[in-house]
Design a protein around this ligand. Structure first.
Ligand SMILES: Cc1cc2nc3c(=O)[nH]c(=O)nc-3n(C[C@H](O)[C@H](O)[C@H](O)COP(=O)(O)OP(=O)(O)OC[C@H]3O[C@@H](n4cnc5c(N)ncnc54)[C@H](O)[C@@H]3O)c2cc1C
Length: 618
């Protein structure tokens, strides 16, 4: 340990994660905080990091207010409908009213936008989506962050948040290590904005073994955004609301452009439209939600899953009609080249030409996110002018820990932000963080050396575990004294898959299974004290696993607490198969006690701020 160098950096605002939300936060922090010291720290390299690393083909959240295409109220209604009634409307409205300005900046910064030749407006793919040539989307937003920050640290994984020792429940910075040099980094900061993306790979993926990295969600998104705040006792919301995606089989290529732009549609193995077959059955579970337009994403998944269970698979996307049009055929392929090249490679390797053969679809393993068609994440304050009292405590997007802010996938309750909305939320969080620092005045943050030294010992322990334990074996990977990160990961995924509603059990779980799941996760936590890492890369894997494990505990606690099946198609509580608006038209909150590790759960009223008649709290 003595050999490991410690690097200190004191700053005003620390942004953890330089993805869409993190770059937005870094950029905006400089706008409002001209004299502040702003540092962004990223696990990969911000030029190509996060879910947008490979590029995107569409910006999925643009109102088009300048042309009166949509208003923020419309977006709130849309997100509310898609999430079966349960969203933080204050957060959604706040994001929606600012998102267009973000997109206009992307346009100014050189992101190639497609335009409708007749109207000159951005080319719509759907009601909310506009099309871009987005291969370089991430480097473009990274450039804005690089020009704004005092310093960007790449290749540093943040493992823990520091707490202020002068005032209870106030953040004091963060610590982590450089995966290349091994240096230990201490960032003392007055405000921290966590923007570290969502969680993949907590449930067993469909592709295992060597193909394990082939998932829909980025395999490097390891739930730090949740684990960091959970560990310091920040409240989380809607963590049960994991997302399952219907995507092209094996490559997980996106289907949005196919449905919306190419107007392709799905059929079962016999060539039938299967969705309407499940209408009555779904209505019995969810009531009038099935009659909403558009049909909520989870309910469309539900029909897919039921059809496959009933033996109607495989489910196909009918591409053979649209692809006869050469223009649409080009768009179909380009859609992948801009963001999921792997899908084109999978089709090529399986001799699938979508012009002549309808490709198969599948439903993915579940992921935990806060910015897509799902809203798991931290419980944050909303904006002063919109939020009801229970949703407002001083600073927009601040968590229940003072000085700790969130944006993008980190923030719960506000679905359908996507790339542009996440960048926007980063901007909102940064503006509030600057105000927070200004209000602090001369109030100092106190982080003593002991706190930093204690974390140093904890962080590098897996290297020590390996070094000592390795002597007990002569070959192979199985040791009596340590488990490797990959072994721990596979164990975690098996537990979550079988007990918390993964693919193996058709997304089904119940109280008994969830209680067992929690027991097994507790035992896993004990064993994770003995995880061994051979080098700094494996040390990162060890910490990714630990973050995934704590995120999984939170997901399981929430899933146990909500005694209903609110989102059939995302997961099922077999013991409570119906939507129960009378008891569960509310948000769920958890808090893990940092001292005991125990979670407590509560319900929070749901307020509808758009459309007065829906303004009932329960
Ligand atoms: C497959 C897929 C397709 C999508 N398609 C679209 C689309 O077509 N259009 C659209 O608008 N949106 C799309 N989205 C949504 C969009 O990508 C997300 O909404 C957005 O990236 C979320 O921003 P974020 O900053 O929260 O997370 P990310 O952009 O993922 O950034 C998180 C960052 O945190 C870093 N990080 C993680 N852990 C740590 C740690 N411990 N320490 C330091 N750094 C860390 C990561 O490396 C990463 O850079 C898609 C998302 C996915 C997953």
């Amino acid at each position: 340990m003595g050999k490991i160098k410690t690097v200190y950096e004191d700053c005003d605002i620390l942004v953890v994660g330089g993805g869409m939300a993190g770059t937005g936060a870094t950029f905006e922090a400089r706008y409002w905080g001209r004299d502040l010291k702003i540092v962004c720290v990223e696990k990969a390299n911000i030029d190509r990091s996060g879910a947008v690393a490979q590029g995107l083909y569409a910006i999925n959240c643009y109102m088009g207010m300048q042309w009166d295409e949509n208003q923020p109220e419309d977006h709130v209604r849309y997100a509310r409908n898609d999430l079966m009634g349960l969203v933080r409307e204050d957060l959604g409205y706040d994001m929606a009213r600012h998102v267009d300005s973000t997109v206009h900046m992307f346009d100014d910064w050189g992101l190639p936008m497609m335009r409708n030749e007749k109207t000159g407006r951005y080319l719509r793919e759907g009601k909310w989506q506009i099309m871009i040539h987005g291969e370089s989307y991430k480097p473009i937003v990274a450039e804005a962050a690089k020009k704004s920050a005092d310093k960007i640290y790449n290749r540093i994984m943040i493992t823990h948040l520091l707490m202020d020792e002068g005032k209870e429940n106030r953040v004091g910075g963060a610590v982590g290590f450089n995966m290349r040099t091994g240096d230990y980094h201490v960032f003392r900061a007055k405000a921290v904005i966590v923007a570290a993306g969502g969680a993949s790979h907590i449930f067993k993926p469909r592709a295992v073994g060597e193909g394990m990295g082939r998932t829909w969600y980025a395999p490097w998104s390891n739930g730090s955004a949740y684990a960091l705040p959970i560990a310091v006792g920040a409240k989380m919301t809607q963590m049960e609301n994991r997302i399952v995606l219907t995507r092209f089989k094996d490559g997980y290529g996106p289907v949005g452009a196919y449905f919306l732009h190419l107007k392709t549609y799905t059929r079962n193995g016999k060539g039938e439209n299967y969705e309407k077959k499940w209408y009555e059955q779904t209505k019995k579970l969810v009531g009038e939600y099935i009659d909403h337009h558009p049909v909520p994403t989870c309910l469309r998944n539900h029909a897919f899953i039921e059809e496959v269970k009933a033996g109607g698979g495989p489910i196909h996307m009918v591409t053979t009609e649209a692809f006869q049009d050469p223009h649409l055929e080009v768009i179909g392929w380009e859609n992948f080249l801009g963001m999921t090249i792997g899908q084109a490679v999978v089709w090529a390797s399986q001799n699938i030409d979508p012009k002549y053969e309808d490709p198969e679809l599948t439903t993915s393993e579940p992921y935990v996110m806060g910015s897509h068609a799902t809203c798991s994440g931290a419980w944050v304050s909303g904006p002063e002018d919109l939020s009801p009292n229970e949703y407002f405590w001083g600073y927009n997007r601040m968590m229940t820990v003072d000085g700790l802010f969130g944006a993008g996938d980190t923030v719960g309750g506000s679905a359908h932000k996507f790339s542009s909305g996440s960048f926007t939320e980063g901007r909102l969080a940064a503006k509030a963080a600057v105000k927070y620092i200004q209000d602090l005045g001369n109030d100092k943050i106190e982080v003593k050396d002991k706190q930093c030294e204690d974390f140093k010992k904890i962080i590098y322990k897996p290297l020590e575990n390996y070094k000592v334990g390795r002597n007990e074996i002569t070959a192979g990977t199985v040791s009596p004294s340590y488990i490797l990160p990959i072994q721990g990961l596979q164990r975690l995924q098996k537990i979550m898959d079988e007990y918390c509603g993964g693919i193996t059990v058709n997304y089904m779980t119940n109280e008994n299974l969830l209680k067992k799941c929690l027991d097994l996760l507790d035992m896993l936590q004990e064993d994770l004290e003995h995880v061994g890492a051979e080098d700094y890369h494996q040390l990162m894997r060890a910490w990714e696993l630990k973050h995934r494990a704590i995120t999984s505990q939170c997901v399981t606690e929430h899933t146990l607490f909500r005694e209903e099946t609110r989102w059939p198609g995302y997961y099922y509580r077999g013991d409570h198969m119906k939507v129960d608006d009378e008891n569960w038209h509310c948000l769920t909150l958890s808090r893990r006690d940092p001292k005991t590790g125990k979670f407590t759960m509560e319900k929070v009223p749901l307020y509808h701020i758009v459309d007065e008649k829906k303004n009932e709290a329960s």
